[in-house]
Design a protein around this ligand. Structure first.
Ligand code: SAM
Length: 401
């Protein structure tokens, strides 16, 4: 069917936790036949390949179920989308650095930063949601990321400019609450391909390179496993951060609802929580007509928070490199946030730099000066979640990490 054909296009990705195992060791483990190994596992060894862009990302055939895989259970492999692995690489922290992760839970990118730093230095991780932070801590322990120092805090209230704690922070990741539209779309493989094509372009329609429509791209099993945004955290679950808590707790946007035929919209409580910067994980069930706020308002409130978070991170006195990322397809949360902070970043001596010169999909043409240095991924066409990232660097432009 068209649906399974589309699913075939999207490989399953996993990140090698290089704190526990090198990529070569992981590939060798996967490719070496073992006694009494189930046929399915043996088969995986023949199917796995290394991602061309991100050196620690492995690709498996679409719909591969890796949850019970020994390497996943031992946190040597982290189930994480390729797009979600881009921000840590874009930040490219060096071993020994102090790095700050502003909105960190459940911590997939935090543990990735720790791995790229080979466990040396400090990753200061903050999240205002205590339950999500607990997951981050469990995730850090399971992955052996002992250089992570995590605590509950409202990032916007942290004294970044004055406290000695932050004096040496050279890298900052700002991956704040967002509408999640890029993730929601990529997980909606139960949509008809025509619907997905209609939705996935969102406001970006026609403006990014190669933004032709295509069918939806995922299998329902994956949608079920990865869209689980239950905030609880079962200690015994291996790899919990990467699977059991959505990183970007996606909303279903108004356009998506229209296609899905849902009448509900987030109500006042949702709007308030988004406004106050809480994670954006409410669902549509049970919301009445009263107090509805439009999707546009909600995205606007999120964008203001996102902008405030970037501006605040820029007050770190020793900051050299800042990555801003979302899993939203909305220009307002992406290029428009960059455009809003750009004059301020320039005053401070930062410039936009391109973290992945070989990547093909860029910021929306004409949206902001330097759009060609921004990175977008398309939820259907790039075989991963819909994502956005921008890198600001102080000093000379760096090459690809
Ligand atoms: N970076 C995470 C990862 O890769 O696993 C995903 C982060 S998620 C998109 C956004 C997070 O921001 C949520 O966990 C939410 O609780 C947190 N958050 C929202 N507002 C915040 C604030 N003012 N201060 C700190 N954390 C905040």
């Amino acid at each position: 069917s068209a649906q399974s054909a589309a699913a075939q296009r999207r490989p399953r990705s996993a990140r090698v936790n290089t704190l526990k195992m090198s990529v070569a060791e992981a590939l060798s483990w996967l490719r070496t036949p073992k006694e009494k190994q189930p046929a399915k596992l043996a088969q995986l060894g023949k199917q796995v390949s290394a991602d061309e862009l991100l050196p620690d990302v492995l690709l498996f055939p679409a719909a591969t179920d890796l949850h019970d895989h020994p390497l996943v259970k031992s946190s040597c492999l982290i189930l994480q989308s390729k797009a979600s692995c881009m921000p840590a690489h874009a930040l490219a922290p060096e071993p020994g650095w102090d790095v700050l992760d502003a909105c960190a839970a459940p911590g997939n990118k935090t543990t990735h930063l720790a791995a790229l730093m080979q466990g040396e230095g400090s990753v200061l991780a903050f999240d205002k949601d205590p339950r999500r932070l607990q997951c981050l801590k469990a995730n850090a322990a399971a992955t052996g990321a002992h250089c992570i120092r995590a605590r509950v805090a409202d990032f916007l209230q942290l004294p970044l400019a004055t406290s000695p704690e932050f004096r040496n922070v050279k890298g900052a990741l700002v991956d704040p609450s967002c509408s999640g539209s890029g993730t929601t779309l990529s997980r909606m493989d139960f949509l008809l391909p025509s619907h997905a094509a209609q939705l996935s372009l969102g406001p970006a329609s026609g403006r990014t390179a190669e933004s032709k429509s295509a069918g939806s791209g995922m299998q329902q099993s994956r949608a079920a496993e990865e869209s689980n945004d239950t905030p609880g955290c079962a200690e015994q679950q291996a790899n919990l951060g990467s699977v059991n808590l959505a990183e970007h707790e996606g909303h279903i946007s108004r356009e998506e609802r229209e296609v899905l035929g849902s009448a509900e919209a987030p109500g006042d409580e949702t709007a308030h929580r988004a406004e106050s910067g809480e994670h954006d994980g409410e669902h549509l069930a049970g919301r009445g007509d009263s107090g509805k706020r439009s999707e546009v308002d909600r995205v606007e409130r999120l964008a203001r928070f996102q902008e405030a978070a970037v501006r605040h991170a820029l007050t770190l006195p020793a900051l050299q490199r800042l990555v801003y990322s979302t899993c939203s397809v909305h220009e307002r949360e992406n290029e428009a946030v960059v455009a809003a902070v750009l004059p301020y970043t320039r005053e401070l001596g930062f410039e936009l730099v391109d973290p992945f010169p070989r990547w093909h999909r860029r910021g929306l043409a004409g949206s902001v000066e330097g759009a060609e240095k921004l990175v977008r991924t398309h939820a259907v066409e790039d075989g991963t979640d819909g994502f956005f990232l921008a890198v600001f660097q102080r000093g000379p432009e760096s090459s690809e990490p």
